[in-house]
Design a protein around this ligand. Structure first.
Ligand SMILES: [Mg+2]
Length: 509
């Protein structure tokens, strides 16, 4: 049955009344684990990439420019300034192999499905030769996970420098030629420095509209939850002056709220997550201009503004159980894994990439269905081939004499029977092999088509070949619910019961 398309004035009235309406597909909320909003009394928000949706292209451009400046200051080639970089090269969920200068994408089992050295794709033999025996993910010295959108420019830039190092080593004469691992370290440090010294943040503060999307649905979404009796808090690693500028831009100018701070019962800036959840740093109270007032303390009060702090003191101030708190963030580890493990908070992950992911899945729905049936077909053929192969080997070991004895016939007759059977089985085997090859070819072609649409280098962030990607499996394992942006909550009732789809194993037909 087709959904009724509500005219927007009517939809607006229903939304304002807190009633649920059908969200556009790109803005739906997806459930991994049951979550009853009726039982949630507090909702916390991270700021960067959660409340504030950055314009990734513009932010990457300035991040790379600021970082290149600093790298050149460290003796890296001037040519970096004019080197081309494709922002599509980096996506969340990749892993950098610092030792070899590679960027890789893994499936949920840690199998490396794609790899680039610099920006040169590794052919499958080359990739398997390097990563076949390698169990990935735990050697922090060698591998760096790319788990926030903030980290994308460093991947793009790392690949550019690796290529330059391979193709034009002479450009590095101003300094000792760095190893791939040193390049990574330098890029990291320079990008961190650009974040810390204000090179990037000052630009954003001066022109927020250029770097951050102002989502008109955000203030009303927060208002809706406040009206339903939920208490809201902000918990961000950004410090006050920057948070103040960004939040004023996002939530300022609403008639019923004097300023953005009025939306929140607690505000914690400079929180140093993930350490916030495990350590016991004191809170420092700030006044509305960001000036420190009073001594550091271990207790907090509602309605005040704090810097630093720790989870247990904040939780004590909530006067609620951990599972009555929903925390919404974009960082799998810093926001979601840590808060869930250390505090028992329920979690919602903001994945802005979902918007494009869902748009592509909808546009290519038919091809994706074809891919999944071709995949099932291929595994069925492979099973049959394996049976025939086993049969051929067994036939090869049978002597005509044995057949003659078993069938009460002479040896010439038995030989003929045995040979004819072998020919028949071989014929079937060859037909199956050809069928398998055709299926594989079509599957490859179709997969390539949709991969192009997701991302020409890496395909979908959430999938790798025919399985969930490492990133996809983390989203599934750690986030109770996930969605493309905070304001998607406007489409649901504040007492919504999110029910997870029934888990399944391959044999649960
Ligand atoms: Mg964030």
């Amino acid at each position: 049955m087709a959904d009724v398309d509500l005219p927007s004035p009517i939809r607006g009235i229903l939304l304002d009344a807190g009633l649920e309406t059908e969200a556009p597909p790109e803005r739906r909320i997806f459930t991994n684990r049951d979550l009853n909003l009726e039982r949630i009394g507090l909702i916390g928000f991270d700021m960067d990439y959660t409340l504030a949706i950055y314009r990734q292209d513009a932010l990457e451009r300035v991040s790379i420019e600021a970082t290149v400046d600093k790298l050149i200051g460290r003796g890296y080639p001037e040519a970096l300034r004019t080197a081309e970089h494709d922002p599509r090269f980096a996506i969340r969920g990749l892993t950098v192999d610092k030792q070899l200068g590679n960027v890789i994408k893994m499936d949920r089992h840690g199998y490396v499905g794609r790899a680039y050295h610099g920006r040169r794709v590794l052919a499958s033999e080359e990739r398997r030769a390097v990563y076949r025996e390698q169990r990935l993910g735990h050697e922090h010295e060698r591998f760096a996970p790319v788990d926030t959108l903030f980290a994308l420019p460093e991947v793009t830039l790392y690949a550019v420098v690796v290529d330059m190092l391979d193709e034009h080593p002479e450009l590095f004469s101003a300094r000792d030629k760095p190893s791939y691992a040193e390049v990574y370290q330098d890029v990291r440090e320079c990008i961190d420095a650009s974040h810390q010294d204000g090179s990037i943040k000052d630009l954003i503060k001066a022109n927020p509209e250029r770097y951050i999307e102002r989502d008109p649905d955000l203030p009303k979404t927060l208002h809706k939850f406040r009206s339903a009796g939920k208490r809201l808090f902000l918990l961000t690693n950004s410090y006050f002056p920057y948070s103040d500028a960004v939040m004023s831009y996002l939530l300022g100018g609403e008639p019923s709220y004097p300023d953005w701070t009025a939306y929140f019962d607690w505000i914690v800036v400079g929180s140093k997550k993930p350490g916030f959840f495990t350590r016991s740093e004191p809170f420092q109270e700030l006044d509305r201009s960001g000036k420190r007032i009073g001594a550091p303390r271990q207790d907090v009060q509602r309605g005040k503004l704090y810097e630093g702090g720790n989870h247990s003191a904040l939780q004590a101030s909530f006067d609620a159980y951990g599972d009555e708190v929903l925390y919404i963030g974009d960082h799998i580890y810093g926001d979601i894994v840590r808060s869930k493990k250390s505090s028992g908070w329920r979690t919602a992950l903001v994945v802005q990439e979902l918007h494009q992911e869902i748009a592509v899945r909808r546009a290519r729905g038919m091809t994706l269905r074809e891919i999944s049936s071709l995949h099932r077909l291929r595994s069925e053929i492979a099973e049959k081939i394996s049976v025939q192969r086993h049969l051929m080997r067994a036939l090869g070991r049978i002597e005509p004499g044995d057949v003659a004895a078993s069938g009460d016939m002479d040896v010439a007759e038995a030989t003929e029977m045995l040979d004819a059977t072998k020919v028949r089985i071989k014929g079937r085997f060859d037909r199956l092999r050809r069928y398998e090859q055709e299926t594989t070819d079509t599957l490859e072609r179709r997969s390539q088509e949709v991969d192009e649409a997701f991302n020409p280098y890496w395909g979908s962030s959430f999938a790798e070949r025919h399985d969930t990607s490492r990133f996809g499996s983390q989203v599934e394992a750690f986030a109770c619910i996930y969605t493309s942006r905070v304001s998607n909550l406007q489409f649901i009732s504040p007492s919504r019961y999110f029910m997870s789809p029934h888990g399944s194993l391959p044999h649960w037909l």
